[in-house]
Design a protein around this ligand. Structure first.
Ligand code: ZN
Length: 135
């Protein structure tokens, strides 16, 4: 079976590491000859930054204010899939399907939330009668 062509196939510098499943990594290489995921220097730098800045908790706190709690896990899964596509670990078509389903989930959840907020506003302020709000 012919394997899918990736962006990395076209370029001259492809990561020289081997993936967990024994296949060669096809991600674009940095100057070290390894991709961002496989380069130990870059990985260490990222870990240091996370330790120093409390990256994960800060990010979770920032995201928690923007994303409904039900969608946090979806976000994490999509973020994971982004790296997996980049490293050639999952079929990009799978990721496309995931993104499409996640989009549908977001639409359902946000429309439900909007409706709840409109209802709460309406309950706080009864509708005016005969165009007169005050007597
Ligand atoms: Zn790699």
């Amino acid at each position: 079976m012919r394997r899918l062509r990736t962006v990395a196939d076209a370029g001259p510098t492809v990561c020289s590491a081997t993936r967990g499943d024994g296949q060669p990594c096809r991600a674009a290489a940095t100057r070290s000859g390894l991709c961002m995921a496989h380069d130990p220097a870059l990985r260490e730098k990222a870990q240091e930054a996370r330790r120093a800045g409390g990256y994960n908790s800060a990010r979770a706190a920032r995201l928690g204010k923007l994303v409904p709690p039900r969608l946090m896990a979806v976000y994490d899964t999509l973020e994971l899939a982004l790296g997996q596509v980049y490293r050639g670990e999952i079929d990009p078509r799978v990721a496309t399907a995931m993104a499409s389903l996640a989009g549908a989930m977001v639409r359902v959840l946000t429309s439900g939330e909007l409706e709840a907020r409109v209802r709460a506003l309406e309950e706080r302020q009864p509708p005016a009668t005969n165009g007169r709000r005050w007597r």
